[in-house]
Ligand binder design. Structure first.
Ligand SMILES: *Cc1c(COP(=O)(O)O)cnc(C)c1O
Length: 227
């Protein structure tokens, strides 16, 4: 068994046990293997071991990998910070954009999607701790952005995403996961949207995220190794 296959099996086992602890069906949690900076060969290995969804941050980097891996039935998710002038590049080829965090970007994605006759599924990224170095809409503006994006012709708002502070400190991060779940509950109530997806949890804290309701966990180093 390769190292990536071993790591993957361990991560999958930990997700399943975390789900069980919380009384959830492990199948409600989808694993996004974050492959930024890793090669097409590494991704191929992960795919052979059972990975189905890849998470990538950089538009330029991912295009080359997509071309090299076009023979595989992979689903690509965009999870990185997105400049408005790159919106046109992610409308095609990605099944979900986790990082919609401002109105201007929503408008541009919608416009580009319309031009290509596509629908673009998105998550709204929320910056719960108000960290200046990170993307994400502030929690106070979150509802407005959800409503505005959902009203656009070509966007499907499927839920929320967050990237909290305190890497590798699950118990310090847990309150942010609880917070995101509550925010989604409020948003469902006030907008009537289903908003089924909660994208939260990374290598250092995905078990806490699963216990708190994550439906998508974004795990890189625990699968592929150090970047
Ligand atoms: C890199 C990255 C991850 C994965 O981080 P790891 O600690 O390697 O698991 C998850 N989400 C986002 C948005 C990232 O940029």
């Amino acid at each position: 068994m390769s190292r990536i296959a071993e790591n993957l099996a361990e991560v999958q086992g930990r997700i399943a046990r975390a789900a069980q602890r919380a009384g959830r069906d492990p199948r409600e949690v989808r694993l996004v293997a974050v492959s930024k900076t890793f090669s097409a060969a590494d991704i191929r290995e992960a795919t052979a071991a059972g990975v189905k969804i890849l998470g990538e941050n950089y538009v330029q980097e991912v295009r080359a990998k997509m071309a090299q891996l076009s023979d595989l039935p992979l689903s690509w998710h965009f999870i990185g910070r997105l400049q408005t002038n790159k919106a046109k590049d992610v409308v095609q080829g990605f099944d979900l954009i986790h990082s919609l965090d401002r109105l201007k970007l929503a408008r541009e994605l919608d416009r580009r999607a319309g031009a290509q006759a596509r629908r673009v599924p998105v998550l709204i990224q929320v910056n719960l701790a108000g960290e200046e170095t990170k993307g994400g809409v502030g929690r106070g503006e979150c509802l407005d952005l959800i409503e505005a994006a959902a009203a656009m012709e070509n966007l499907d708002v499927e839920g929320l995403m967050t990237m909290p502070p305190f890497f590798n400190a699950p118990e310090r991060v847990r309150p942010f996961f609880v917070d995101l779940r509550h925010l989604a509950e409020e948003a469902r109530e006030s907008t009537g949207l289903a908003l089924p997806e909660l994208s939260m949890g990374m290598s250092g804290d995905f078990e806490a995220a699963v216990e708190e309701g994550a439906t998508l966990v974004r795990v890189g180093t625990a699968i592929f190794g150090q970047r």
